[in-house]
Design a protein around this ligand. Structure first.
Ligand SMILES: Cc1cc2nc3c(=O)[nH]c(=O)nc-3n(C[C@H](O)[C@H](O)[C@H](O)COP(=O)(O)OP(=O)(O)OC[C@H]3O[C@@H](n4cnc5c(N)ncnc54)[C@H](O)[C@@H]3O)c2cc1C
Length: 397
């Protein structure tokens, strides 16, 4: 297969879109296949830590990001039992100074739109909506994927195929890994409100994290402070597959009925909730087979307790693009990508799981946790400098 043949990407989520841009920027043609007929993101926010924002800025998205994203002044951690402030750690300018890139918060639809705009204005990228992959054929010289669309099946051929199709990855199944993600009893409730409806006791310019028994709550501003994004994570024995369903506000309020008044007042303002069952899996034992590999949630979904799933997908994209740039041996480049990324993905996954355990501790263990948080104080985010300080040119964990 000539070096000019495209790289095939399955899935136009954060990971697939970023990879398409990163490859095109290096002069590599891309065919991007997305099963949805249009990209519509949930009405929810996403945090983009410096390890991810730096990559998007390097891809030329700095201006678009600075228009759409905000930088909360600090991370404030509070007890969901007593309401007490446990610690506050500066974000904003401090993160920029420390890590050389902003800690952004942004509406998912805005992030997707700016990635999509960039993809659409890049001649090297051919984006096909409404194409759900059905089969993958690999051989030594190339790889072909057949995708089902409105007008029947179509086959695309390229030098490599990257499965960026999320936690339920069909690309992974078609290339030999049929393991299923695991539900560990966490459900995320997501909603947004107009900032003007924020209860006075909730600061609008910070990322707030409230820790309580069996649940936690995160809020931060999006849309240049015009809206507040709220994520409440509760424990629930029953899972529902799929990205989202409507949640019953009464159920959410009931779950937080014993929490401090500012939390209850905040939850009261949310008119509509989307609910996600959170699925986890260990980083797959093998991502790459010949000319195919996996990226982002397809390879290593991350529980959202560290806000790193999207960031890792963006990191994957940067590393993979640099390894495919000029690669004469594509399978070797994909194997190298997997070897570089797997330890970091596993470490971040484990750190997120660990947060899930400590965030939800009940009394009295929560009291010991709170002492540690108080002692750490403003240095709270420093223990993640190995995450935020990561750079694609020094890709080890
Ligand atoms: C509650 C919650 C909060 C989160 N908060 C953060 C945060 O603050 N920061 C952060 O970095 N991460 C966060 N994450 C994680 C982040 O959302 C995911 O890790 C990220 O979206 C993964 O991106 P991806 O591109 O790998 O997969 P996805 O976003 O799942 O994209 C996969 C794409 O593939 C397409 N697709 C699927 N199957 C097929 C097929 N057969 N054929 C073609 N296309 C297909 C899908 O339609 C989709 O467009 C959070 C997650 C949750 C649940």
């Amino acid at each position: 297969m000539p070096e000019s043949s495209p790289v095939l990407i399955v899935g136009a989520g954060i990971g697939g879109l970023t990879l398409a841009l990163a490859l095109a920027r290096r002069g590599i043609d891309v065919t991007l296949l997305e099963k949805r007929t249009a990209l519509e993101e949930a009405g929810a926010g996403i945090q983009l830590s410096p390890n991810a924002s730096r990559i998007l800025i390097d891809l030329g998205l700095g201006r678009a990001l600075s228009r759409a994203a905000g930088e909360p002044a600090r991370l404030a951690v509070r007890s969901g039992r007593t309401g007490a402030l446990l610690a506050a750690s500066p974000l904003g300018e401090t993160m920029r100074e420390r890590y050389g890139a902003p800690y952004y918060v942004i509406h998912r639809a805005d992030l997707q739109m700016l990635l999509l705009d960039a993809v659409r204005s890049t001649a090297r990228i051919r984006l096909h909506f409404g194409r759900s992959i059905r089969s993958i054929d690999r051989n030594e010289a190339d790889v072909a994927v057949t995708a089902e669309g409105m007008s029947g099946a179509e086959t695309f051929t390229g030098r490599a195929l990257i499965g960026a199709d999320g936690v339920w990855s069909k690309a992974a199944r078609l290339t030999g890994d049929s393991s299923e993600p695991v539900f560990r009893g966490h459900v995320a409730w997501r909603g947004t409100i107009e900032a003007s409806r924020t209860p006075p006791a909730i600061a609008q310019d910070e990322t707030g994290l409230w820790l309580g028994p069996g649940a936690h709550l995160v809020h931060y501003p999006i849309r240049n402070g015009a809206r507040i994004n709220i994520v409440a994570v509760t424990e629930n024995p029953i899972a529902e597959r799929g990205w989202s369903r409507q949640g019953d506000a009464g159920v959410c309020r009931h779950r937080f009925r014993d929490w401090p008044e500012p939390v209850r007042a905040l939850l009261d303002q949310v008119d509509s909730w989307l609910v996600w069952s959170l699925f986890d899996r260990s980083a797959r034992s093998r991502w790459s087979r010949g000319r195919t590999t996996l990226l982002g949630d397809a390879a290593h979904p991350v529980l959202p307790f560290l806000a790193q799933g999207g960031a890792l997908a963006i990191e994957d994209a940067a590393v993979l693009a640099s390894l495919l740039d000029g690669a004469s041996d594509v399978p070797a480049a994909l194997a190298r990508y997997e070897a570089l990324r797997k330890p970091r993905a596993a470490r971040v996954q484990e750190a997120a799981r660990s947060n899930g355990r400590t965030y939800h501790l009940g009394f009295p263990l929560s009291a010991a946790r709170d002492v540690v948080i108080r002692r750490t104080g403003a240095a709270l985010t420093d223990r993640y400098s190995w995450i935020y300080g990561w750079r694609p040119d020094a890709p080890a964990a």
